[in-house]
Design a protein around this ligand. Sequence first.
Ligand code: NDP
Length: 517
Amino acid sequence: MMQIDEICKSIQQSNSPFMENKKKLTTASGRPYAENENTMTVGPRGPILLQDYILHEKMAHFNRERIPERVVHAKGSGAYGTFTVTHDISKYTRAKMFSNIGKQTKMFLRFSTVGGEKGSADTERDPRGFAMKFYTEDGNWDLVGNNTPVFFIKDPKKFGDFIHTQKRDPHTNCKSPTMMWDFWSLNPESLHQVMILMSDRGTPFSYRHMHGFGSHTFSLVNAKNEVVYVKFHFKTAQGIKNFDNASATEMKGNDADWAQRDLVEAIQKGDFPKWNLRIQVMTPEQAKTFRWNPFDLTKVWPHGEFPLIDVGTLELNENPDNYFAHVEQAAFAPAHIVDGIGYSPDKMLQGRLLSYPDAHRYRLGGNYEQIPVNKCPYLVANYQRDGLMAVNGNGGSAPNYFPNSFDDIVVDESYKEPAEQLESSIADWYDRNAPGENDHYTQPGALFNKVMTEAEKQATVSNIVGAMSGISGPKRDLIINRQLCHFFRASIDLGTRVAQGLGVDINAAQEHMATMA
Ligand code: NDP
């Protein structure tokens, strides 16, 4: 019988890094070395020598492992997939990705929650990010959406203030229902998104069981340079499935990474999640007479007037081999459009055109588009050079200025964008009285009164009452009454149920509001 010592020795030898067909352990600069676990000291019990560079390299690199966390959408999951065209929409767009039925385009999708930090729980009540990057031959197209068709605000100037209310109270360092409802009650345009957030769709069962929306209005341009406005909807083929409030809360304690695990495991076992892309189209003429501002991110376009048009299917079929390399370093920007797809005057979109690439330059550096997950797999040719982490050869010996007499880069005039007709020559901040601009209530009212089932209504009211019960402090009654007014304006039924749930005397609340008016 082999002795214990001999058995251990043979196991250790089988792990030897110098065995054939194994890689040698090296420093980052490629120097093979042996002392990975013991630091060089003066004598067996003496102090450490400064010349043990391996120690410095290991500790210094470890200190730099974290990059700035995304200020929103910090907790996320991602996978690669394929988009396949199933219907011809070339009469609306000349984008090559949609050029023929059957055409496939590789893509990457990152899901996320919004307000929590990188270690927060996946089942928090929060909108979910639904950010897509399509690697098309005309460049990468990023559609950076959410699982909801609308958003809390319609002007980007409010974004920083809004997000502060979703993060931690500066004094207590805790999440604060008071801050959240204070902001929402002071910004009635948030009501539509608040209603969706407070329904059970605010706690999706997994990333696979929710829709994705481009949310903003974009435009499409066809081969004749004709423009239409468009909204993108990705409808889950898995069906909508949500946690109720109690199960979502329970899951936070049981498995904070539930949605991450669900996605990875589904793809691992070949159960590839799918979504069907459908679009809504509005002509510029229709946009002029639509009763709401078609570029207002707090509103949808009713399906009855702007029916969904089938386009294709999206399938996620590949887990990234390394989370940090692909998911953490993924950088999406609504500014990244391709020929055949354009922006719109949606103010929130216009704000994000600036702020997303700006955030990536801060978080990942000016050359973030050289990182493999962000890199266009087709030829990229321009005169941008240098900067931190220029890892793509930096243009080699080719000229770094334009025009020049040496290289063969040309400007292709066929990609010229159509001129835009602007409505006004008056620069101003807003027109409060523009038609439909102050109607924050019709669409949330339709959602509650006409779309939700009785069970969904009850869940929504219960979730609102639970969330508003956390409002505290000297302004508690003021905030509650102000928010109740918004619910009543959307739907008397909704306002009554929430008021009853909160134990508010409606008559007293009305008197309170009258004294504030
Ligand atoms: P429709 O009846 O044609 O569409 C209603 C939509 O509401 C469906 O897409 C449905 O989603 C979705 N829905 C159902 N329950 C919820 C919920 N709890 N939270 C969010 N969405 C839900 O009506 P209209 O197009 O005339 O719109 C009526 C209202 O429906 C709108 O005011 C808006 O609040 C909501 N809505 C409209 C959308 C749109 O793009 N028109 C998109 C999403 C919501 P599903 O696909 O699962 O059936």
